[in-house]
Ligand binder design. Structure first.
Ligand code: ADP
Length: 260
């Protein structure tokens, strides 16, 4: 069963203009799917619709075969975890407490965070290699570190589907690569990852699937190795980019190089 299936999806923030126009897509289980497209092509809007944060004008979204609107909110939180693009910290919670908020779907409305929840939160911080930040105030760590905490919070949620909106933004190069490796490990462990990205080479490095969007429509979708090619990159970014493939040790490594 597909983790997410989107059928004939239409959406507009106002009546005059459709931001998403008849999207039909399915996402593969235990796979990383990279959603690429220029600014304003509708990537974030599509993620918000999948999360149920906004409602379609038309069409359906199915999560593991059940229509999203039939799934109670608490159950949705066990299926879908979200790492948003921007997050303005208001309260001075400790990092471990921010991470433990990912456990909300598992506790009662009035119950406090259990020892088990804190253990799971700590494991998530360890997975992101930031357990040393556990007792620091969230507002007093760097933007990149906050991003890593939000990803740890999503991991603590233990959802089957992880949705990340430009997750590498603000991360240094090492943390970008570590994040991509973590996503690859998670997909090997049975988590479906859907991420938007401005880096087609990141889609190649994590292999899996890619979706190319332009002006609210899906231009192409399928295996990353087939979809990420010069023709599609030119069509969405209006610039010349070559895809290079080189054998390194026993592996074949691909990357994108823009022509200046
Ligand atoms: P992307 O993530 O690909 O950059 P978005 O989904 O954020 O694109 O935006 C798609 C279109 O919807 C853009 O034209 C954007 O201006 C518009 N849009 C996004 N959010 C809103 C909003 N809250 N109200 C009105 N228009 C919006």
């Amino acid at each position: 069963m597909k983790p997410i299936e989107i059928k004939n999806l239409k959406f507009g923030y106002n009546k005059e203009r459709l931001v998403l126009d008849n999207i039909n897509l399915s996402f593969e289980p235990n796979t990383i799917t990279s959603v690429l497209g220029p600014n304003g092509s509708g990537k974030t809007t599509m993620l918000k619709l999948i999360l149920g944060l906004i409602k379609p004008a038309d069409g359906e979204i199915f999560v593991f075969g059940t229509e999203l609107k039939q799934i109670p909110l608490k159950e949705r939180a066990k299926l879908l975890a979200y790492v948003p693009q921007k997050h303005n910290a208001v309260f001075d919670y400790k990092v471990i407490d921010v991470c433990a908020m990912g456990r909300a779907a598992y506790s009662g409305v009035f119950s406090s965070v259990s020892k088990k929840d804190l253990e799971i939160a700590m494991q998530s911080l360890e997975k992101m290699r930031i357990s040393h930040l556990a007792d620091k105030p969230y507002t007093q760590i760097s933007g990149g570190e906050q991003q890593m905490v939000l990803i740890a919070r999503a991991l603590a949620q233990q959802a089957k589907i992880l949705i990340l909106d430009e997750p590498v933004t603000g991360l240094d190069y090492g943390n970008q690569i570590r994040l991509l490796k973590t996503l690859r490990d998670l997909s090997n462990e049975g988590i479906t990852c859907i991420k938007t990205t401005h880096y087609p080479e990141h889609a190649l490095w994590t292999s899996g699937h890619a979706v190319f969007m332009r002006k609210g429509k899906v231009l192409a979708s399928g295996n990353t190795s087939e979809i990420v090619n010069s023709d599609n990159l030119r069509a969405i970014y209006d610039t010349e980019i070559v895809v290079l493939q080189r054998p390194i040790d026993e592996n074949s490594v691909s990357t994108c190089v823009p022509l200046f």
